[in-house]
Design a protein around this ligand. Sequence first.
Ligand SMILES: [Zn+2]
Ligand SMILES: [Zn+2]
Length: 342
Amino acid sequence: MVLGCVIHGQGDLRVEELPEPEPGPGRAVVAVRYGGICGSDLHYHRHGGVGDFRLREPMLLGHEVVGTVVAYGDGATGPALGTPVAVHPATPCGVCPECADGRANVCRDTRYLGSAARFPHVQGGFASRIAVPAVQLRALPEGLEPRRAALAEPLSVALHAVRRAGDLAGRDVLVTGAGPIGCLTVAAARAAGAASITVTDLLPRALEFAAAAGATACVRADDPDDPNWPSDEVDVAIEASGVAAGLDTCLRRVRRGGAVVQLGMLPPGQSPFAGNLLVAREIDLRGAFRFHAEFDDALRLLAAEPSFDALISAVRPVREAAEAFGQAADRSQSCKVLLDFA
Ligand SMILES: [Zn+2]
Ligand SMILES: [Zn+2]
């Protein structure tokens, strides 16, 4: 029996029986073991959409999945049957100007697991068996357990944001927002050799996760007198909270000529921010969206760093998906919550 987590509309998440997936030409069937619940999954559940993408039909959620490859369709090749794999969630078109320019993460015709960015929506990976293009499979590196490997997708997002920020070696970095993406951005900045990494959040528990990820200073975002604010301006600020106030903090705390990377997805529509700071301080404001080649880097980094396990705060069976979603949304307690499809 194939069980999946399907979002039917705002607040309407159902665990339901799905048809057995057929591999089909060029495709592989993966027996999914773990699926990480992402902020975007939570948004589809809570708001019926994420960013400017709205749900228009039922959609299998999930794009952070690991499992075992169990079948290939005609013409499909990849890791041997039975191999533990992570699924790269993106299938860029390969021919648009962005793909040709080496920026497949912003491909104008990409297919991304569990995303309502296009219609019909691309069905996701939160099911005990899924069929995906075989080219999306990546064998797990030696020594990487599937549980930790479930962090590969959000860590790739963080690695891409760090790449967009430029060379961080010896730099002072600020990260606003200590959700799973913020914490993984801290870890990615640390791996990139940042001299200091200050992270802000409203919630003490979130800041504890950020400290476990390698933050050198943790600050209450709503307390301007917190003694842990950096005394000097930072070289680079990465906005990972997805609220305009976070972007404002980044613009005010980065040095003249520094870089601000907007990684968090802001609310739909327009966002107010202190635009004149961009001008008067010649700040480079850049967006960071998804990732592409970073997925392989993420798997290698996860294999080398057992400390990432501290960011997985709960693992729950798929039948408890509603509770798991509630838990993942409660940032006063949780960092990354995984669904177990075994
Ligand atoms: Zn994600
Ligand atoms: Zn493309």
